[in-house]
Design a protein around this ligand. Sequence first.
Ligand code: UD1
Length: 416
Amino acid sequence: MGGIYRIIGGTRLAGRCEIPAAKNAVLPILAACLLTDERVGLENCPVLEDIANMLRILEALGCRATRSGRHVTIRPAGAAHCEMPDALSKRLRSSIFMMGPLLGRFRRAEVTYPGGCEIGLRPIDLHLKGLRAMNVAIREAHGRIYLDGSDMRAADVLLDFPSVGATENIMMAAALTRGETTIRNAAREPEIADLQAFINAMGGRVSGAGSGMVRVQGVNRLHGASFRPIPDRITAGTLLCAAAMTGGEIELDGARSDCMDAVLAKLREAGCRVSAIPGGIGLDTPAGLRGVDVFTQPYPGFPTDMQAQMMALACVAEGTSILVENVFENRFNHASQLVRMGADITIHHRTAVVRGGRLTGARVTAKDLRAGAALVLAGLAADGVTEVENVALIDRGYERLEDTLNALGARIRRVD
Ligand code: UD1
């Protein structure tokens, strides 16, 4: 996979930048567009590889999808296929978000086991169990899943674990299913509340998202809508770490501090000054950084999607940090690469112990999206030149990260 970032470390980041809509909000919302046959307009959608692939999937299913800058328009009237294209599904884990909406609209779906970042097993048993509870007949053969929802009905679904994707899939399947579906032990991520807001903007009746109990009252039809998904709390968190690690000072327009408590608390603990500013978040780093302990958890706990960036920060902080990854079983891909840059990291099962010090530039490889972001941050703070391979993985979740960072004073360029 292509692209290399060349980073000259040691410059302090300063300035202001704007946070686009959250990838993890936009992806399920794009899937939910299938629930209507009317036009949907989405604002502030970043240009990302994962979103481009989702648009391709919608087109393969018969929708029209167009983009003008950050504005995306979906015209789902022509959707006629219930079979997900194999090659595209494998590129993107979020392709499984299509199960719920396809069942909602056509009462039938055919999907492939999904692809996505290599960060553990990532099964979809909870999605399928929830759909089975709604009386969907499911057959698996030759790597494909055949779902028959002709007798679908509302149900009381209890998730064994608060999975983000399973909660969203069941919400979408239930939106057009008569009666009240309840999801208990639902995931509480802000992107789920945003999906609820979107479905309701189309005329749906969903409540409770953001709590552990979501209620979906099925309606007969949903209409078109214009919607602005929530800003990306992980992009915001990544940029805050970048500023902290370079002793910098930044302001993020549009970032929502109310969705980022766990990350902001850790940055404060590390010695940063974090403040709510009108319409955003400000951060400066008055003195050096201190190590912090981090335990990833489902929301409102510390997000697994910020663990790699926090590990990079721990590498340049004073003292020892302990990071425990509780959500995914194989998400320390970045550690071996940080070690190449001089980091002192010991890993035992799901726990990493980081003894802070200095980093020096090296050639390293991004193994997944957030691991790649962490290596860029490490490069910004390191002495000398760092080269990060596999930039295409970073492009899945950050819109031209080099432009954002250079505008803040970094020295990073894409070479190939
Ligand atoms: C979403 C996010 C991803 C984030 C993750 C956890 C999107 C597009 N992606 O992914 O960035 O890292 O939440 O915050 O929103 N699991 C099962 N069976 C299932 C489903 C999940 O065992 O059927 C397990 C997973 O393997 C993982 C854990 O549950 O260990 C959390 O997964 P889940 O919350 O479903 O994450 P995603 O929706 O895939």
